[in-house]
Design a protein around this ligand. Sequence first.
Ligand SMILES: *[C@@H]1O[C@H](CO)[C@@H](O)[C@H](O)[C@H]1NC(C)=O
Ligand SMILES: *[C@@H]1O[C@H](CO)[C@@H](O)[C@H](O)[C@H]1NC(C)=O
Ligand SMILES: *[C@@H]1O[C@H](CO)[C@@H](O)[C@H](O)[C@H]1NC(C)=O
Ligand SMILES: *[C@@H]1O[C@H](CO)[C@@H](O)[C@H](O)[C@H]1NC(C)=O
Length: 427
Amino acid sequence: MLLELSLLFGLLTLIALIFVIKSGRKPRPRRLRMGVFLDKPAINKEFKSGSGPCDSAYCSVSMQGWRTEMEDSARAIPDLGALDPKLKGWSFYAVFDGHAGMRASEASCDQLIECILPRLEVFDGEYNPNYVSTSLREAFLEMDVRLRKELTSKPIHDRSGTTAVAALLSDKHVFIANCGDSRGLVARDGKVFFASSDHKPYCDIEKKRIEAAGGAVLMQRVNGSLAVSRALGDFDYKAQPKLKPICQLVSPEPDVEILERCQEDQFLLLACDGVWDVMENDEVVDLIGSRLMVSESLERTTAGLLEKSLYKNSRDNMTAILVTLPAAPKFSQDAAQKDIDLVEEAKPLMQEKISEYIRLCKANSSEPQLHVVMQELVTTLDPVYEIPLRQDYVEEKINEMMKTPPKDSNSTGSPLEKKLPVSPLAK
Ligand SMILES: *[C@@H]1O[C@H](CO)[C@@H](O)[C@H](O)[C@H]1NC(C)=O
Ligand SMILES: *[C@@H]1O[C@H](CO)[C@@H](O)[C@H](O)[C@H]1NC(C)=O
Ligand SMILES: *[C@@H]1O[C@H](CO)[C@@H](O)[C@H](O)[C@H]1NC(C)=O
Ligand SMILES: *[C@@H]1O[C@H](CO)[C@@H](O)[C@H](O)[C@H]1NC(C)=O
């Protein structure tokens, strides 16, 4: 009887296990993980990358500071020909930054492209750029109508909203549509060629509309609460029955820019305000330009942008898409070697501080935390070393030092150290 019971139990466990595995969500993109010794919560990044038409490539990255799961908030369709043959060679990229919940950003991430495609009139590769621009504008407005149905129909009343910045690329043009305070930027010839304007409540046009709609801008926010003045969703702020959608406190209308492509175009970047709050446009162009030369990995370059932003202000949720165009700076052995030399120069300085930190951690039996060490290094070492980009080294060093007592101290007989298992990462 007992045997049968335990057999039955074993069988049930197996079935449950299979069910769990099968019902698991689609495999998540590759993820960078923290070392075994480092205290959670972890800083995870999720990447998607690939190549597009006309010698372009893209990488999207989402980083959610202290949580393990991140909802998608970026969309990359490098060749729209896959969805509509007449758009072969066109690309679509978009970044959505949600607030007050995820529904608006998730739905827009899925459906904005559905609102755009049927509107595009392209025949044998020919099109009128002004029509494309109008199509993008109308698509944003339609997306907002769809959201209203989805979010405000009974029984739910969802208050979420999302900013949206989207780019359409053909072989002749880049179209950038922006609604809210995410930003799209195009770098040409090593400089900022175009950057979209952020829709903040205190901007003149925005303030006028808000006041005309009976609201006020207080503490730089719409009615003292919402920090962005255009967005999809946010239907609490679009509730005046007499006003058109584009005249409400919060408007779904995008600014659309038509840029003619040229041979010197280096890259397009779409990113949420977590990046722009702490980085100037020029700084971003310099950083990406120089990182493209020292690393062949677009993931490393894109991650570097978010790491740098993170350690400048620690706002945790960030999303960006980098699209390299034919004139993007190319990997150079020379630049890579210079970067390696720089890291070598910084290593003793970093080691000294890391080992001091580890000593304190061992003394008070606490787990080391990567972001605490990083913050310390970033604020005390020369900016020339680009410490925010050296996180992998710092992580490796912490793991190494946690396994062996620091050379300079002979008295770390802390109980913690003895309890630690041998790291599988041990060399
Ligand atoms: C914004 O403020 C105005 C004036 O105080 C008020 O009439 C309106 O209901 C407020 N709207 C929202 C969504 O807070
Ligand atoms: C990060 O995203 C989560 C939802 O995934 C949200 O609850 C949280 O407020 C966001 N944090 C910031 C700082 O935006
Ligand atoms: C232990 O020391 C480290 C390094 O100074 C510090 O960051 C951490 O907060 C301390 N932990 C406790 C529990 O005091
Ligand atoms: C470590 O401590 C022992 C005994 O206390 C001493 O003999 C030895 O010289 C010390 N080693 C170092 C590297 O300080």
